[in-house]
Write a protein that binds this ligand. Structure first.
Ligand SMILES: Nc1ncnc2c1ncn2[C@@H]1O[C@H](COP(=O)(O)OP(=O)(O)OP(=O)(O)O)[C@@H](O)[C@H]1O
Ligand SMILES: [Mg+2]
Length: 410
């Protein structure tokens, strides 16, 4: 049987990336179509100009259709922005038959969703963080077990309904239905985290252009998620202001000469460029540039550290941080992060890709490729507990369902 084709649209602050892929082997993908377009009308993860955003999404979808030769009708779409919030909630149900089945798990998850969610917010994910059967906690997969009372600890991620609706409209304008929204850090985590890291306890941090997306994994599950409205664009605008350069120039300089730790740059290290409004090229010290960059990047990691502490899980992350997103390409950022956070830090990018992969070999595409992993898991486990976005009816593959429930449900 041929593996299904999966589609993801990563709508970022700096680029829209549509990927079409076929599942190949263990968690690997053959990329059939790629559509990368600069994004317009999107700031800090939210849409600020409907028509501009729709157009960049449409261009990206069209490119992916052309390169794959396939028509895209539905896709998983990334979601981020400061409008995203999360709460932990517990669901409890009684088991009538004495043996827990899939329906009971679904009911338990549904009851965990019965928290007061304001009408202007939409539930994006309900992630289970472990079950308790008749008072015994720490159960990973209760299906098939005996018991009379099933409890589930859920992590519920909600987003502003209007913002989600705008995003849905923009995607639909290209003739593509959104099969599900996936929170950025959860998508990135799917491709950059190893099973050991998930089990030991780790925080994945995706620093893009406009947002910094984080998720904490402990004991194999997502325990906490956060989205901060800061990213690489702030570094660029600091450089533009500090050195009196146009934004586009500041962006180029950041990529070409940028470094995250001032003290590691030699005093005599300089480069030349033309300042805003100046006729003559000027000489700029790389150390001055690094000074500006370090101040902002350090501030971002201070915010990250604050969020980790606020989650209460700061002592539970022996595997440290896995850093990804375009901004993680900044030289020196790994050691700066490690200094500020007091954690080991590793930089990760998508792996196990085949086919049209030239452009995707960068941490900037972790979310984009992560959407494909979600799509794959979803298509293989269609019989999900009563959710409108899940259209199913295939025979249940219990092994897949089990691993799926364990990590992602729904
Ligand atoms: N070599 C590099 N050095 C420093 N920064 C870089 C480099 N390459 C890319 N960046 C920065 O990475 C950022 C873009 O990252 P990415 O593509 O992950 O963002 P995005 O997904 O579009 O945005 P977001 O996820 O925040 O909505 C930009 O700020 C860009 O300047
Ligand atoms: Mg991104």
């Amino acid at each position: 049987m041929e593996e299904p084709v999966v589609v993801g649209i990563d709508i970022g602050t700096t680029k829209v990336c549509t990927l079409v892929a076929r599942v190949e082997g263990e968690r690997g993908f053959r990329i059939l179509g790629v559509g990368i377009e600069p994004s317009q009308g999107i700031r800090k993860g939210t849409i600020v100009d409907l028509s501009a955003a729709s157009q960049s999404i449409a261009r990206s979808v069209e490119k992916a259709q052309r390169s794959s030769g396939l028509e895209i009708t539905s896709a998983l779409v990334s979601l981020a922005g400061s409008h995203v919030a999360s709460v932990n909630s517990r669901g409890v149900v009684g088991i009538s038959g004495g043996i827990i089945d899939q329906d009971d798990v679904a009911r338990a998850l549904e009851s965990a969703q019965a928290v007061a969610i304001p009408h202007n917010r939409e539930i994006i994910h309900v992630i289970q963080r472990g079950f308790t059967v008749d008072g015994q906690d720490g159960i990973r997969m209760p299906i098939g077990m005996h018991g009379y009372r099933l409890e589930v600890e859920g992590h519920i991620i909600t987003a502003a309904a209007a913002t989600v609706e705008n995003l849905r409209q923009c995607v639909q304008a290209s003739g593509v239905q959104v099969s599900q929204f996936v929170l950025n850090p959860l998508a990135s985590a799917e491709v950059v985290l190893s099973e050991t890291e998930r089990q030991m306890g780790t925080v994945v941090c995706d620093i893009g252009g406009g947002t910094t997306d984080m998720a904490i994994y402990i004991d194999g599950d997502v325990w906490h998620t956060m989205v901060l409205a800061v990213g690489g664009n702030h570094v660029t605008s600091d450089i533009a202001h500090g050195l009196r350069l146009a934004l586009s120039q500041a962006e180029e300089i950041k990529k070409q000469y940028g470094y995250a730790i001032e003290a590691e740059i030699d005093d005599n290290d300089t480069f030349t460029t033309r300042s805003f409004g100046e006729e003559q090229a000027v000489q700029i010290s790389r150390r001055d540039l690094a000074h500006i960059i370090e101040a902002r990047v350090e501030e971002i990691f201070q915010l990250v550290l604050q969020e980790i502490k606020r989650s209460g899980y700061d002592g539970l992350l022996p595997a440290g941080m896995v850093l990804t997103g375009g901004t993680s390409l900044l030289p020196g950022i790994r050691s700066l992060a490690s200094q500020v956070l007091g954690l080991p830090v590793r930089i990760a990018r998508p792996e196990n890709l085949y086919g049209l992969v030239d452009q995707l070999d960068s941490p900037a595409y972790s979310t984009s490729v992560g959407l494909l992993s979600w799509a794959m898991l979803m298509s293989e486990t269609s019989p999900a507990p009563r959710r409108s976005s899940w259209k199913g009816g295939k025979a249940i593959d219990w092994d897949t369902l089990r691993s799926f429930l364990r990590r992602l449900l729904p």
